[in-house]
Design a protein around this ligand. Structure first.
Ligand SMILES: *Cc1c(COP(=O)(O)O)cnc(C)c1O
Length: 371
């Protein structure tokens, strides 16, 4: 049985009338950039996360850069994140002119380790970190209690990278409420995906939201009046329309992802040397990815691939090993937990349109591999 990592076509066919009509309305209105469809989506997305503002952007990467830029982070600043994330988190820091500083992850959650963060801060007296970007990796919020209290003590701003964590919660509170800003990606394969590039920043800070609105549109505060020098980080009207049509289904898609994850966790416990995802009791994990660990990763991946079951490695190379970030001067052994995770992690298929038969097929084949 073929099991892909996502089935965007099947999702489209389920919502075809709504999506087609939303797209047609944008074409009829000729509002191809921002416009009503984007403004409506911003309102709905902010309401869903119980935040005051949503500023739509061209991609998750744009959103991250925009948030840091709007917060005044730039040359000479240091910004903390982990080396075990998608490269965009760190590119956004570099784009502002600031320097990324890595802290290793926790082996169980794959998110930034608050103990190691505390140790770095304690060992860096006199050094001024301007910001921290906790990444809610795979859909599980980072340890926001500990991170918030450390950030407060150091006067660091928090920018959540929620690109994989749409509508995830921590202690019952939606992501997007734990920092100055939070950034989302609507890359087609994300839990809420556009039909092209799209992203957004959410914030409860009125001032910051105003700045971000100007910056994303060439610093315009009204037509051809540019208060600051900005950029073009606007969302397309068509993407706003597609996202607006899909948003009402996000909750049920998330529930389906969680129920597939629960089936895996129930059935695969104790199989071979598999380490299954750990859900923090405070977290409502939205399972963008269901990531297991095994010392036999390449064998398992090949075995499943030969049986038409797709898997993914997120991420095979920690960022301190990337050529692009060699100049940071980190070495092998600096972040041992990230280095081990990169060798052992494997994402099994989880997507809302997955059938029970496909879930059973994955479970059966993983068990068969470990004999
Ligand atoms: C997808 C992703 C991004 C970047 O989003 P794009 O929309 O692809 O630019 C940033 N951070 C993380 C953790 C992501 O998963």
């Amino acid at each position: 049985m073929k099991v892909p990592l996502a089935d965007l076509r099947k999702q489209y066919l389920q919502l075809k009338p709504q999506i087609d009509s939303a797209i047609q309305q944008v074409i009829d209105s000729s509002q191809f950039i921002l416009g009503k469809a984007v403004a409506d989506f911003e309102g709905a997305f902010a309401a869903m996360h119980q935040v005051r503002h949503c500023v739509a952007a061209g991609s998750g990467t744009d959103a991250l850069h925009l948030a840091l830029w709007g917060l005044g982070i730039g040359n000479g600043d240091e910004v903390i994140t982990t080396p075990f994330t998608f490269i965009a988190t760190v590119e956004a820091i570099s784009l502002t002119g600031a320097t990324p500083v890595f802290v290793d992850i926790d082996a169980k959650t794959f998110n930034i380790d608050p103990g190691r963060l505390d140790a770095l801060l304690a060992a860096s007296k006199g050094r001024k970190f301007r910001a921290i970007i906790p990444v809610h990796l795979y859909g599980q919020p980072a340890a926001m209690d500990e991170i918030s209290s450390l950030a407060r003590k150091q006067d660091m701003v928090i920018v959540e990278d929620a690109c994989q964590a749409h509508a995830a919660k921590y202690r019952g509170v939606f992501v997007g409420n734990f920092g100055s800003a939070a950034c989302f990606s609507f890359y087609p394969g994300k839990n809420l995906g556009a039909y092209g590039e799209a992203g957004a920043v959410v914030s409860n800070d009125d001032d910051l939201a105003g700045k971000l609105r100007a910056l994303r549109d060439h610093g315009q505060v009204e037509k051809y009046r540019h208060a600051v020098s900005g950029h073009n980080y606007r969302m397309d009207g068509l993407q706003g329309a597609v996202l607006g049509a899909k948003l009402p289904y996000l909750d049920r898609w998330t529930e389906r992802r969680r129920s597939i994850a629960a089936s895996y966790t129930r059935e695969l416990g104790g199989v071979g040397d598999l380490v299954l995802p750990f859900e923090m009791p405070q977290a409502y994990h939205v399972y963008h990815l269901y990531v297991v660990r095994t010392k036999r990763r390449s064998g398992l991946q090949k075995f499943l691939g030969d049986r038409d079951i797709a898997t993914a490695i997120a991420y095979p190379i920690p960022l301190h090993f990337q050529e692009a970030y060699r100049h940071l001067g980190y070495r092998k052994g600096d972040f041992p937990v990230s280095e081990a995770a990169a060798e052992e992690c494997l994402a099994l298929p989880v997507f809302a349109e997955m059938t029970d038969d496909q879930v059973a097929c994955v479970i059966e084949n993983v068990k068969a591999f470990f004999g």
